[in-house]
Structure formats: C-alpha cells, structure tokens
Design a protein around this ligand. Sequence first.
Ligand SMILES: NC(=O)c1ccc[n+]([C@@H]2O[C@H](COP(=O)([O-])OP(=O)(O)OC[C@H]3O[C@@H](n4cnc5c(N)ncnc54)[C@H](O)[C@@H]3O)[C@@H](O)[C@H]2O)c1
Length: 463
Amino acid sequence: MRKISFVLFAVLTTLIISCGTDIDQKSANDALFKAQDLFPVPDRPEGQKDVIELRCEPIDTVRIAFIGLGMRGSGAVYRYTFIDGVKVVALCDVVPENVEKSQQTLLKKGLPKADVYTGADDWKTICERDDIDLIYVCTHWDLHTPIAVYAMEHGKHVATEVPAALTIDECWQLVNTAEKTRKHCMQLENCNYDFFEIATLNMAQQGLFGEVIHCEGAYIHDLRWLNFDEDGYWNMWRLKHLEKTDGNTYPTHGFGPICHIMNIHRGDKMDYITSMSSGQFGMTAYAIEKFGEGSDYAKRTYEKGDINTSLIKTKNGKTIMLQHDVTSPRPYSRLHLVSGTKGFAQKYPKKGIALDPNAHHFLPDSQLDSLLKVYAHPIVKDIEEKAKEVGGHGGMDFIMDYRLIYCLRNGLPLDQDVYDAAEWSSIIELSKISTENQSMPIVVPDFTRGTYDKVNTVTYFTK
Ligand SMILES: NC(=O)c1ccc[n+]([C@@H]2O[C@H](COP(=O)([O-])OP(=O)(O)OC[C@H]3O[C@@H](n4cnc5c(N)ncnc54)[C@H](O)[C@@H]3O)[C@@H](O)[C@H]2O)c1
C-alpha cells in the first residue's frame, strides 16, 4: 500500500512538474516568437487630430523655395519651369555653382530671378520668410526631417525627397508636426507615378486582380561607381550611409506603389516586419578592384550587407516582400509585383499581366498594351504627352510635380500624405534592427494612431 502511494505520488509530481514545464515553455515560446513592440505608439498630444485627406486653402500661385540643388534638385527646378501657377522664390545650396546653375535654368526660360542662399543653415532663414508656400527639399538624407519640421513649424507646406525620415523618432516628428500645424508633408515618391505602377493601381482599384494578397517591391540599382565617385554625391554622403547602416536603407521606391495598391492606412496597415541581410562582399570587392587592396576604400568597414530582404505581414493578412541592393552588378529592378485572387502583374524583368482563368501564361504583348491603355490612371491621361516631353525618369517625376501643384492650387488632399512618408521611411530603422537581431519580427507602429481605416481606399483627388 505504502509502495503504491509512493508510486502514485511520484507519478503525480512528475505530471505536475512536466505540465508546468510545458506551460512555461509555451509562454516562453510565445514571448520569443511574438513580434516585438519596440516602438510603442506615443499618445497623440492633446488638441491634435489626424490629417487623413487633409484639405488646405487653395493657393493661386504656389511660391516655392528649393533647398539642395545637386543632381536631383537641379532637375526639379528645370521641371518646374514647365508648370503653370508656380513662382520660384528662393534657391539654396551650399555649393554656389549649383545655385547659379539653377538660377540660369530659370533665366533661360524668361522667369524672374530667385533669391539665392549658400549658407549651411540658410534653409532656416528661408523657412522663416513669409512669402513662401512650399519648401521643396532635395538635400542629402540627414537634412530631410530637420528641414521639413522647421518648414511646417513656420507655416509652410513641405515636399521632401526620399526617404523623408531615417529613424522612427524622425517619422513621429513629421507626423506630429503635420498634425499640429495642419500643413502638408509629402514625400516625393516619384515611382508611384510611373506609367505601369499607376496603371496597376487603377487595375487593382477596379478589381482586375481580385483581392490583392501579396506584393513585392525593390530598389535594385548598381550604384557602386557613383558611391565611390568623389565628384558624385555631395561630400560622398551616400557612401557614409553604407558604412554605418545595415538593413534596407532606401525602401520607398519599390514600396510606395505597392503600399497604395494594398491600401495601407486606407483600410489595412502593416502589422509586423522581419528582415535579413546578406554579408557585405560587393563594396569591398569593388574597392579592391578599383582602388587596390591597400587603398583606404578597400580597408573601410561597410555595415550595409549587399542584399537585404524584408517580409511584412499586414493586419488584413496580406504579405509584402521588399528588397534592397545597390552594390551588386545586376540589372536595375524595382520588382513591382502584384498577386491577387484573379490576376497577377509584374514590371521587372519584363512587364507582364496574367489573368484568371488563363493566368498560367502572361497575356500576349498586344493585349498587355491595350490593357495598359484602357486602365491608364485618370490623372495620367491629360498629362502623359507633356510628362514624356519634359522627362525626369521617363516622365514620372513631372507627373509627381504637376500633381503636387495641382492639388495645392485646388485645395485638394495630396496623393501622398505624412503617414505614407512615415510608414515608407520607417522600414529603414525597423529593417536595421530586425537584421541586426537574427531577423526578429518587429511590430510596425501605426502612425495614424488608430485611424488607419478611416477611409478605405487611396484616392488621387481631382476635385
Ligand atoms: N526620387 C528619385 O528618383 C531620386 C533620385 C535621386 C536622388 N533622390 C534623392 O534626392 C536627394 C538628393 O540626391 P542627389 O542625388 O541630388 O544628391 P547630391 O549630393 O547631388 O545633392 C545634394 C545637394 O545638397 C546640397 N547640400 C548639402 N548641404 C546642404 C545644406 N546645408 N543646405 C542646402 N543644400 C545642401 C549639396 O551641395 C548638394 O548639391 C536624396 O535624398 C536622394 O535620395 C531621389
């Protein structure tokens, strides 16, 4: 009897202990595999409201200051000489020749001379002026958020080159300042306006792909030569970022168009991200080849792994794959792949659309061309010819600028709002941390603070 009691006691004890262990193990696993909420959403400051579909007073003639007139900024000034209803009031760059070149661009078109600025902090003086409506930022990345925030605080709308922000903290600075000042803050994501991308947005909105389940985007662009060119980027700013940061350092070109197709913060939102980088091989190999084994460039450490891949799950159960690679010898690609319950589209390496019930094969080129014509986005139709003539990445840059001014002049919400700017830019820090921590999943902050489903589709307003 005593023996049985002892056995019973031993069995029960083992059961209890093993149960306890199972439960502990399960909660440990749950905690381990749950996406980490490393960037909790801060409370919205009192009196502040969201700026979803923000409308501001129409501006008859949009008075613009351009800050940063390097490769990108000088092209922007040129494009604006073709747009009605604007006046370039100020030009600013720390390199006086760049300012002079853009001034000549205006004068050659018979436009009035702009005021010129060449001091490193002159952008502050410009933002403080009271005769400017829009600050257009084309500097290196580190100045985007500081200028955008200062501009809005001084009553200006702002359009900033990509990426709008480098950290989650900067993303919140943009969101909070836009909500507080009720000013527009647009990230200049030109790829949303490329002809194929914007046609596929229209197709998705018309239901051609059924329910869009998965999208892919990328920025794959061999920039090794330009990164190492001492006469290329000002102060070699882009190389410095490759030296100090891993993850996806330039996410928005491939990401913007698919986020609009997937209605991010228009009914859906990003839930969590996981990211992985290869090691760094390409920069060092290229530096050795170009400058020699003992050269300074060959000896430097480049934190940026050559190929970064991120996966994102959305709240509504959709998935996104995003890649970044600027250091491998391979053809240019932004992927732009859209997969739905009724059809499929991809832009690279070859444009193609496949539709149910014959989606096993792409449509023949002639059918693809007519489909692209039928589904040309309404905002593109009127402006396509002029955009191709003025140019800027084949015309998409001009459409972006034209739309920005059209919306400001008509008091319409902009195509891209401050939440787009924050969401698309947030990938930089989120992917960096995930990459550095064995691809740990991380919760993507909801920059709308709960109003991500206030509207249920992306609208490029025309009235
Ligand atoms: N959307 C696109 O397709 C696209 C293409 C290229 C570049 N970009 C973006 O445009 C931006 C500029 O790129 P870029 O290729 O013209 O680089 P860049 O180095 O040629 O230009 C940067 C300019 O900023 C100026 N600058 C530096 N400090 C300044 C200051 N304190 N005040 C005023 N100006 C200052 C520099 O003198 C330089 O002329 C970057 O953010 C880049 O990511 C976007």
